[in-house]
Design a protein around this ligand. Structure first.
Ligand code: PLP
Length: 418
């Protein structure tokens, strides 16, 4: 049987796991062990030569298990399975999305370098860029999602560090308004500033769509990063992250992960393997529900605007339509909307939701709602918020797997309470 022809969802239960190596257990056990027994001293020596890059693996030779900071079956099997969705050569899982992102930035940026990023990015990422990296003399420039290639190149040149551009880090669709960025355009900019001895890396935070609905590597990105806490985990019960890319780039990321020690724990790996079995059915239901919820919100008299990717084919600009067609096979399950009446109306709505929970985070099986202006994006400067339509009217909803009529009924009674 040719497994390479099968879809990822068909392989999530079995791929990369051999029951014979685990007493015939159908499911991959939790390998809750810090270290692994070598068959011989010579074998231990060889494993370390490979792990530390002292010598190259021979054809078909694989790195054996050494110590759970370097490798562990729960992480390796999970990483193999994550590669299938993004058609990546290699993957590294981390104990959080932030550890995945910060490890990428620390590996590909050095003091004196320049980072280009899309604004706004996830709050934790923004803080890491503007506080932690800054302390190391790594400067950054942010660009708005609707910037043209020429405008972005101008920003890079004006920074005075154009020759030191090391990394471009973007989030598309941008959280919370679903603004789109053209990944191919960013890849072209990375290429333009790359030289014979320095490759400018393009990394895309794909958390907002998840591995089902956007595949940045196919559009020229070098790395895809995830907060696996969101769609990949999908049940709001685990914090984790992942990075995917070529073998060469991932060898560098895994090297730094080994020495920062921020790999995921075996139990986290096991939880995520369990989650990935249902990734497709969960997210397809969430997307279906989201399209019903978005239609309901659009006609509601207390709503002035709905930000939902599914409306782009009819209502978007030419630029948005082109990017949407190229990058997204689904509109996803993240919706934001402007409620009429500012913070007071928004809070009344949120406080009166019953089935939908008032919480940050996204991508879980349950529907969640929050107020970006005062919650997830509280730290973003007001001018950036205003430029991005993040106002006091805005409410963000992560649509779950509940029956959509129940989600809508809950929204209806919350609107009626205003
Ligand atoms: C949640 C999130 C992160 C951070 O992930 P953690 O798992 O919380 O560390 C990064 N990027 C995006 C887009 C997120 O939504």
């Amino acid at each position: 049987m040719d497994y390479s022809k099968m879809r990822p969802e068909s392989l999530m239960m079995t791929y990369g796991y051999n029951p014979k190596l685990s007493e015939g257990a159908l499911k991959c056990p939790i390998f809750q062990t810090s270290t692994f027994v070598f068959n011989s001293a010579m074998e231990g020596k060889r494993f370390f030569e490979l792990a530390y890059g002292i010598s190259e693996a021979e054809q078909g030779e694989q790195l054996g298990l050494i110590y759970s900071r370097l490798n562990n079956p729960d992480l390796e099997i999970l990483e193999d399975r994550l590669c299938l969705w993004d058609k990546a050569e290699n993957c590294a899982v981390f104990e959080s999305g932030m550890s995945a992102i910060s490890t990428v930035m620390l590996e590909f940026l050095s003091p004196g370098d320049l980072l280009l990023y899309s604004r706004p990015v996830y709050g934790g990422t923004d803080h890491f860029i503007n506080h932690v990296l800054k302390r190391m003399n790594i400067e950054s420039v942010g660009f708005a999602p609707d910037s043209t290639k020429e405008e972005i190149i101008e920003l890079i040149k004006k920074s005075g560090r154009a020759d030191k551009l090391g990394l471009i880090h973007i989030e598309t669709p941008a959280n919370p308004t679903n603004a789109l960025i053209d990944i191919e355009m960013c890849a072209a900019i990375a290429k333009e500033f790359s030289t014979a001895d320095k490759q400018v890396i393009l990394s895309v935070d794909n958390t907002y769509m998840g591995p089902m609905w956007q595949h940045p590597l196919e559009h020229g990105a070098d790395l895809v990063v995830y907060s696996a806490t969101k769609y990949i985990g999908g049940h709001s019960d685990v914090i984790a992250g992942a990075v995917l890319g070529s073998n060469a780039l991932m060898a560098r990321i895994k090297g730094l992960r080994t020495f920062l020690g921020n790999m995921a724990a075996p139990f986290t790996g096991w939880m995520l393997m369990r989650s990935m079995e249902t990734l497709k059915v969960r997210t397809e239901q969430q997307a279906k529900n989201a399209s019903e919820v978005a239609k309901y919100l659009r006609q509601h008299p207390k709503v002035s605007k709905v930000y939902y990717l599914g409306f782009i084919p009819e209502e978007g600009t030419e630029r948005e339509k082109a990017i949407y067609k190229k990058q997204y096979p689904s509109a996803g399950a993240m919706i934001s909307f402007d409620i009429i009446g500012g913070e007071a109306a928004a809070f009344k709505f949120l406080d009166n939701l019953k089935l939908i929970k008032l919480a940050v985070s996204l991508g879980g099986t349950e529907s969640l709602a929050e107020h970006p202006y005062t919650m997830t994006h509280a730290d973003v400067p007001n001018d950036v918020k205003n430029n991005m339509s993040i106002t006091e009217n805005l409410i963000r909803v992560s649509v779950g797997v509940e029956f959509y009529e129940d989600i809508i009924a809950d929204m209806k009674q919350a609107f009626d309470s205003i």
